[in-house]
Design a protein around this ligand. Structure first.
Ligand code: IPM
Ligand code: MN
Length: 352
């Protein structure tokens, strides 16, 4: 019996999570997988009402689940950073979800903004370091709000944090068994301390994986290659901030935020799955947002729980929906409502 914590969050989070849970329920019924969900109302509305973002005891409670399923974090009436740092990043850090796994895969029937690229060309996975780098939150101001103001924001990398991320990436690449090529995306020509650590650790650990071909690209060149020759990539491993940026680009080349799924993984603990697109406040409550990213995140959650067959069933159903049913992945242009898209996936599941 899996115990799943559900955090629908802000904006369109609750709408897409509802569809994800609809699909989860259908596939688990078919496969005889038992689970129970507990919902938590953390997010912007609760913060505005009570001032509470994420109580300490909630974190302890969340450790007791097998997985966390998250909608979105971000509220237009809350100052930037409060919820992001207080809720999303705090969970990622405290639960030591040190990997952010983000597949970039063009599904059949999905319109790709890159000319002449097909699903065969766009199928790679970004392994984003998720607990360090520019996201550590260290730094500060001196003489704030004066002409002498100094602002420091530190990039923190540890040997421990970099190594565990790299090891995960090498293992992932091996088990994915595709082209067995791992690209380190960094900026060793400028970040000559932090990324020198990445570079040395990448090559040292790489020696333990003779079956994996090592490849390197600076982050700017990675952006170029993702547009020009995305077929080059198999698995990309990258520091936190670069991973944030290149996976938005990745989402675009796979057809849009409406399909981009992700998982914050603690391989030894509790992982958290979320569509990467954010809360899209302007679409809240309109039934226009695409739930496929949330549905695919649900599939990633099943996969991480060890239910890879059920996960594959969801992905297959989603591919049928993108191939023959919905017109576009964009909010409001799908030809169906949010809830109808969830229904379509459920229908394809039972047709299979
Ligand atoms: C993401 C988001 C977050 C990040 C924000 C909301 C803090 O953009 O999950 O990619 O930067 O990691
Ligand atoms: Mn992002």
């Amino acid at each position: 019996m899996y115990k799943i914590a559900v955090l629908p969050g802000d904006g369109t989070g609750p709408e897409v999570v509802e569809e994800g849970l609809k699909v989860l329920s259908a596939v688990c019924k078919m496969e005889g997988i038992e689970y129970e969900t507990t919902s938590y109302d953390f997010g912007g509305d609760r913060y505005l009402e009570t001032g509470e973002i994420l109580p300490d005891d909630a974190i302890e409670e969340l450790r007791g689940y097998h997985a966390i399923y998250l909608g979105a974090v971000g509220h237009p009436d809350v100052e930037p950073g409060i919820l992001e740092k207080g809720l999303l990043l705090r969970l990622r850090f405290e639960l030591q979800q040190y990997i952010n796994l983000r597949p970039v895969k063009l599904y059949p029937g999905v319109e790709c903004p890159l000319a002449n690229k097909t699903p065969e060309d766009i199928d790679f996975v970004v392994v984003r370091e998720n607990n360090e780098g520019l996201y550590c939150g260290t730094g500060g101001f001196v003489y704030k709000n004066t002409p002498n103001e100094v602002a420091l924001q530190e990039l923190v990398n540890t040997r421990f944090g970099v190594e565990r991320c790299l090891r995960y990436a090498f293992e992932y690449c091996r088990q994915r068994d595709n082209r067995k090529q791992l690209t380190l995306c960094a900026k060793t020509n400028v970040l000559t301390y932090a990324h020198d650590l990445w570079w040395r650790a990448f090559n040292e650990i790489g020696e333990e994986y003779p079956d994996i071909e090592r490849d390197y690209a600076h982050v700017d060149a990675t952006c170029m290659w993702m547009v020009k020759n995305p077929e080059w990539f198999d698995v990309i491993v990258t520091p936190n901030m670069f991973g944030d940026i290149i996976t938005d680009l990745g989402a675009m080349i796979q057809g849009g935020m409406g399909i981009a799924a992700g998982g914050n993984i603690n391989p030894q603990g509790v992982s958290m799955f979320e569509p990467i697109g954010g809360s899209a406040p302007k679409y809240t409550g309109q039934g226009k947002i695409n739930p496929l990213a949330a549905i695919c995140s649900g599939a990633m959650m099943l996969d991480e729980l060890g239910e890879s067959r059920a996960a594959q069933m969801i992905e297959n159903a989603v591919m049928k929906v993108t191939d023959s049913k919905i017109k576009s992945l964009s909010a409001g242009k799908m030809g169906y409502t949010t809830s109808e898209v969830g229904d379509l996936v459920v229908k394809e599941l039972s047709n299979a």
